[in-house]
Design a protein around this ligand. Structure first.
Ligand SMILES: Cc1ncc(COP(=O)(O)O)c(C=O)c1O
Length: 380
């Protein structure tokens, strides 16, 4: 048996206390800890400029306590009739599903593209016809960006509303159209990390305002409406981002580019090493390399090989995870009513998909150790 000191599946990179200090000093000074404080507003404004520059149009940002909350509130802001059917791909994190249920709607689980592993506008269009869906959660799976212009075209053609779940796609997912909200995560495992947190980008000021109010219990914050400020407009929740989380998010943003470069370079070397050792046996998600990858998943050719690899890794303390598995409909039986359309591609992808260790700290020797195990598992 090989010896190994172990390789963690994932090691978060967050700002250290020196990087946090200037922001924490500002909190000490203002004594503003939550409720849309100056650091939250600064983070929203810096992110909005970044997205507006890239999207070449004015875009706005509202922070929330997590991407999960952001998805629920973005869906709520669509003002769909209760119980509306909402398409969601089978291969995604469970939060894409729970957000639909918690917003009072019925998830319709659908298939993915065999190459990009994404729910695409073409797949969605076929599913709308068979399910009468009123909205879609299009996921930027494993950080692979969704094409917002193609989604906008589908939204305009069908009237079906689109929300993009770009939880892990900061740096890759941009918004080239104002009318589709995009939700990002700032969880510790993401490249722009605040510990916990998230934000929604939209070009629609009314939608941003509604999401902000929904994140603040549903209290009306807008003096320009008929409704008095301070009275409830909606049955919202508390999904505000605290000043402490905003401090971490701002410090993380200060050095994000260096982290993204490191993540991309490591991903590239790692993938190249595995390809050179295992060749055609491995199947990767098609599409451009994400700007700041946070996970590393590959198809190894069969469930038997995957099990062998998991066993080899387990005895050496090398972390693996079947990311986004089981598929959503296998969870859903326990948590709520769903509709499940045929998902043969997602079933095939999830039959041999495995996540290997990945972080900005991964050393070349560790990559070689993982690769040796992958080679052993696929050499049958
Ligand atoms: C696709 C997807 N959606 C939603 C989430 C939830 O994000 P958060 O932890 O910020 O709620 C994740 C988390 O990894 C995710 O991968």
């Amino acid at each position: 048996m090989q010896t190994s000191s172990g390789i963690p599946l994932l090691t978060p990179q967050l700002p250290d206390r020196a990087a946090l200090q200037p922001y924490l000093e500002r909190i000490d000074h203002t004594r503003h800890y939550s409720n849309f404080g100056p650091l939250v507003l600064e983070l929203e404004s810096r992110l909005a400029s970044r997205f507006s520059d890239q999207g070449k149009q004015p875009l706005e940002v509202v922070t929330v306590s997590s991407a999960t909350a952001g998805l629920e509130l973005a869906l709520t802001s669509l003002d769909l009739p209760p119980g509306s059917r909402v398409l969601v791909p089978a291969l995604t994190f469970v939060a894409s599903l729970t957000a639909i249920l918690r917003a009072g709607h019925l998830p319709v689980i659908c298939d993915i593209d065999p190459h990009s592993w994404l729910l695409t506008p073409d797949i969605a269009e076929a599913c709308i016809a068979s399910s009468d869906a009123k909205a879609i959660i299009a996921v930027a799976t494993f950080g692979q960006a969704q094409d917002t212009l193609r989604w906008q075209a589908l939204q305009q053609k069908t009237g079906v509303k689109v929300v993009i779940d770009a939880a892990a796609a900061f740096g890759s997912q941009w918004l080239l159209t104002p009318d589709i909200p995009v939700v990002f995560s700032m969880h510790a495992t993401k490249s722009l990390a605040a510990g916990e947190g998230g934000f929604v980008v939209t070009g629609n000021s009314e939608q941003r305002q509604m999401i902000k109010e929904l994140s603040n219990f549903g209290i009306n914050l807008n003096p320009d409406t008929q409704h008095p400020v301070g009275h409830l407009s909606y049955a919202g929740t508390n999904a505000k981002l605290s000043e402490y989380h905003a401090a971490v998010g701002l410090a993380s943003l200060d050095t994000w580019q260096q982290q993204a470069d490191a993540r991309q370079a490591i991903y590239h070397r790692y993938q190249h090493l595995l390809q050179s050792m295992c060749g055609e046996t491995l199947v990767w998600q098609h599409g451009p390399l994400p700007a700041a990858p946070t996970t590393f998943s590959v198809r190894v050719g069969s469930d038997a090989r995957r099990i062998k690899l998991e066993q080899l890794c387990a005895v050496q303390g090398i972390g693996t995870r079947r990311w986004y598995q089981p598929l959503l409909h296998r969870h859903a039986a326990k948590v709520g009513p769903i509709l499940h359309l045929p998902t043969p591609v997602a079933e095939a992808v999830s039959s041999d998909l495995i996540g290997l260790p990945f972080s900005p700290f991964l050393q070349d020797g560790q990559m070689q150790e993982v690769a040796a195990n992958v080679l052993a598992a696929v050499s049958d």
